[in-house]
Design a protein around this ligand. Structure first.
Ligand code: SAM
Ligand code: SF4
Length: 451
């Protein structure tokens, strides 16, 4: 059966989890646009609701089932015609469970099968039954996705690499996203050019293990991330580049030097270290030691004095003692982070650490509390230290209050300045005057006003 001629249908996409999911949600909307689906802000009255899910921690997965319960009520209230799709890593890991626990779900699609959405929707219509597609197809989904159509904004994400071969003891990504795969440079550069033509000025290259990038280059050889970044920097109107998430073992000297040599690459790096204890890093199968992380940070600071770092931490991985946690705290104090994400270890079914004796919940909670207090202190200190700095800001649109324009600093901090004229898409010099907990205030410099 073929679908009826496209008529306008309302599509509501809910995104949980990481930036890769945000990117995937936008691409799913692109895939469905030719079928007449147009994005709406609310699930009420939608013809299709996609829940793009995250499986990284237990609470993230549980959220899906409570949100699905609310969608079921909406579906029933609307006469049962609303199609509900669950995509993302919970779909991949728990597809059968979803269809059992929530039989009103019509479609369960893993992250590697988004390009098949039109065909899967047609199958639901044809069979009037739920459809599950969590295969890792032989074809690469990026070869089959249409060109990104919608403008993501002045600051946008671009996925260049997917999956992971590292198999950290705690992590579901290698099972839900599959083996590591890099997109060819030509496709990435073409996509970046299209984004820039639509008004994007800053691109964050995304991948679960983005610095392991080794896609086919324009010369037919394998390109590293540093090589790709330098090709992207040649796009004239593109002002800024970032990349995330990196693994310490893949921080090559070439990539470190790119932070000195590539003017468009921001002096800001998200480098998850997870723990400061070598014993726990080994138990996590991280393939790096705490000192490797220290060396990378020191080398980058030596090459670029204004370099700042963010990271991820897990507390309470099986086997973590008070001494191991103290090593994490020591590493945090000595590094000084601009911001960091920290989590209690959450056992994920099917991962190696899930079967080991667990650290009691109360111990994990106490450690996380101590770590987060220190990280919050560092974040506040970092933001406070930017007060008085005169620094470039990329403006993204109107601010929250009338007469304000909003932008991002080189460290991605949100900042507002007073200006009645639109500055969207421009980089202006701003002096930071005030640090609030989650944003900064600043004044435009004179030469910026004249620009
Ligand atoms: N690829 C990245 C890396 O190697 O660090 C991280 C990917 S993961 C999507 C993001 C973060 O979630 C991880 O850095 C880790 O801190 C956290 N995380 C992953 N699995 C977890 C688990 N089972 N329990 C708690 N936190 C977890
Ligand atoms: Fe997960 Fe990152 Fe480890 Fe890969 S490198 S298994 S994505 S934590």
């Amino acid at each position: 059966m073929t679908l009826a001629a496209p008529k306008t249908r309302k599509l509501h996409v809910v995104t949980h989890g990481c930036q890769m999911n945000v990117y995937d949600s936008a691409r799913m909307a692109d895939v469905l646009a030719p079928l007449g689906y147009a994005a709406v802000d609310s699930p009420e009255g939608a013809d299709m609701v996609i829940m793009n899910t995250c499986h990284i921690r237990e609470r993230a997965a549980e959220k899906v089932f409570s949100a699905l319960g609310r969608l079921r009520d909406l579906k029933e209230a609307g006469g049962g015609t609303m199609m509900i799709a669950v995509t993302g890593c919970v779909a991949q890991a728990e597809g059968d469970v979803i269809l059992k626990r929530a039989p009103y779900v019509d479609l369960v699609v893993g992250p590697q099968a988004y390009h098949r959405l039109p065909e899967l929707i047609a199958r639901v219509h044809r069979t009037q039954a739920s459809v599950l597609d969590t295969d890792f197809p032989a074809e690469q989904k990026f070869d089959f996705l249409p060109e990104a159509a919608a403008h993501q904004g002045v600051i946008a994400n671009l996925t260049i690499q997917e999956g992971c071969d590292k198999f950290c003891s705690f992590c579901v990504v290698p099972y839900t996203r599959g083996a590591e795969a890099s997109r060819p440079a030509a496709a990435i550069i073409a996509e970046a050019r299209r984004m820039v033509a639509l008004g994007t000025r800053e691109i964050a290259l995304l991948g679960q293990n983005v610095n392991a990038y080794h896609g086919e280059g324009l010369d037919g050889r394998s390109w590293s991330l540093a090589r790709l970044l330098s090709a992207l920097a040649e796009i004239p109107e593109l002002r800024r580049l970032r990349y995330t998430t990196s693994h310490p073992s893949d921080m090559t000297e070439e990539l470190i030097l790119a932070h000195r040599d590539n003017e468009k690459l921001m002096p800001f790096l998200h480098l998850p270290v997870q723990s400061g204890s070598d014993k726990i890093l080994a138990a996590m199968n991280r393939k790096h030691k705490a000192d490797d992380f220290r060396r990378i940070v020191a080398r980058l600071r030596e090459l670029r004095a204004d370099m700042a770092f963010t990271s991820d931490f897990i507390v309470g991985h099986p086997g973590e003692t008070d001494a191991d946690f103290a090593a994490t705290m020591a590493l945090v104090r000595e590094t000084g982070f601009a911001l960091a994400y920290s989590f209690n270890y959450s056992p994920r079914p099917g991962t190696p650490a899930a079967g080991l004796p667990q650290v009691p919940a109360a111990v994990k909670d106490a450690r996380l509390y101590e770590l987060q207090a220190e990280l919050r202190r560092q974040q506040d200190a970092f933001n406070a230290a930017t007060v008085g700095l005169t620094t470039p800001v990329l403006f993204t649109g109107a601010g929250r209050h009338a007469g304000q324009q909003a932008g991002r600093t080189i460290y991605a901090q949100p900042i507002n300045v007073e200006s009645h004229a639109s500055l969207t898409g421009t980089v202006r010099t701003v002096t930071v005057t005030h640090a609030n907990p989650n944003s900064l205030l600043g004044n435009l410099e004179q030469e910026s006003l004249a620009a």
